[in-house]
Design a binder for this molecule. Structure first.
Ligand SMILES: O=C(O)CC1=CCC(=O)O1
Length: 270
């Protein structure tokens, strides 16, 4: 197993508050995707992000699986928790799309560490292996800038880029800065990701948040996730597509404040 060394830092809050770890989607950084929502969570949580290899400050490394990425997130959190003086503490987790897939692996592989989780615009599997292999090949050949036009259509609900041009432009611009090999490795990891048969092993309370306009991970994907874990609930955001924390920071923050502040122990289901 190769565990990628990840970077990322505090987005909001203080070290004396409960730790909330937030994860990005493919092609975004935790700061660009989460900063607006994190600003609304910072009175309650110490909000800390992590970044994929080739994205933000994390260097490209050896190829990785989603499970290895989750181990990298755990190591990153342990470094941050040690600086907070509580290396073995539980944390809350919220992740979008690939960041949500990593959340599922954390819930399965480190069940004692994640007290509660919100998984946004994601699924127990995302897309299809051939489509991810094809995207990896395109990006290795042409770079991430070649993806910008299609990305905006997948990421934002119709009308969002007109209402919030600065937010949309910053996220799309950020995609051009992503290292092509890091992006392609993440596509390869998604091609191999499938935990549909393992959802019943997730015991922590999970809030699955879907964008009603999301074509990548439609509400049906989040509904299956919420129904498959032992203690799951579904929320669907109207007028939102795939990048929910950037598109609807207030609604996402309100859902997270309510869900993640609840007790960490799941109700016994079996
Ligand atoms: O296709 C996209 O750009 C959206 C996406 C799929 C997986 C992920 O993390 O983001």
């Amino acid at each position: 197993m190769t565990v990628p060394a990840l970077t990322g830092g505090r987005l909001a809050g203080r070290p004396d508050q409960p730790l909330l770890v937030v994860g990005p989607s493919l092609g975004t950084t935790s700061r660009a995707l989460w900063s607006a929502a994190a600003g609304l969570l910072g009175d309650t949580f110490d909000v800390v992000g992590w970044d994929l290899p080739g994205h933000g400050g994390t260097p490209v490394q050896a190829p990785f699986t989603v499970g290895e990425l989750a181990a990298g997130v755990l190591a990153h959190v342990e470094r941050i928790a040690a600086a907070r003086g509580d290396a073995t503490a539980r944390f809350a987790y919220a992740g979008v799309s690939l960041g949500g897939a990593v959340g599922l692996r954390l819930l399965l592989d480190a069940p004692g560490r994640v007290g509660r989780a919100a998984l946004l615009c994601t699924g127990a599997t995302i897309g299809t292996p051939p489509a991810w292999r094809e995207r990896a090949a395109v990006v290795r050949a042409s770079g991430c800038a070649a993806l910008a036009g299609g990305a905006a259509e997948r990421w934002f609900a119709p009308g969002f880029a007109d209402r919030r041009p600065g937010v949309a432009a910053e996220l799309v611009r950020g995609l051009a800065d992503v290292d092509r090999e890091g992006y392609a490795q993440a596509c390869d990891a998604l091609a191999g990701f499938d935990v549909r048969d393992r959802l019943a092993g997730v015991a922590a309370p999970v809030l699955a948040i879907a964008g009603a306009r999301d074509a990548v991970t439609p509400p049906a994907s989040l509904k299956r996730l919420a129904a498959g874990v032992r203690d799951g609930r579904l929320a669907v955001l109207d007028g939102v597509a795939h990048l929910a924390p950037a598109e609807a920071p207030r609604r996402v923050a309100d859902l997270l404040l309510t869900h993640l502040s609840g007790p960490a122990v799941s109700s016994p289901a079996d």
